[in-house]
Design a protein around this ligand. Structure first.
Ligand code: ZN
Length: 101
């Protein structure tokens, strides 16, 4: 019998990673309405300030999906536990931050 008391609860995803995901979603919400440019492209603004648009080989929806996925990846990657195996290697600036925090 131990006197340490109950172990702290194990959570599948940390609050920091949950918050990063939510923050990425809210920071990259489309703003306004779709506009058509004189050259025939369609665009919509993102809350982060970037203009999302279609291109010669991609649709506006594809750009929106990629943009949100990249934002979510960057946000989660920045707060992920150190040492976690990754599909995409950490950028050098992020890697040095991860080891000093
Ligand atoms: Zn954005």
């Amino acid at each position: 019998m131990t006197v340490d008391g109950p172990a702290p609860p194990v959570v599948p995803v940390s609050a920091e990673m949950r918050y990063a995901k939510v923050r990425a979603a809210t920071d990259h919400t489309t703003v306004g309405v779709v506009c058509e440019t004189p050259d025939g492209r369609v665009t919509i603004a993102c809350a982060c300030g970037m203009e999302l648009t279609n291109g010669p080989t991609w649709t506006l929806d594809e750009h929106i999906r990629l943009h949100r996925a990249e934002a979510r990846y960057l946000a989660l990657s920045a707060v992920a536990p150190p040492g976690i195996p990754r599909l995409v290697p950490l950028a050098p600036a992020t890697a040095s931050r991860a080891t000093t925090d």
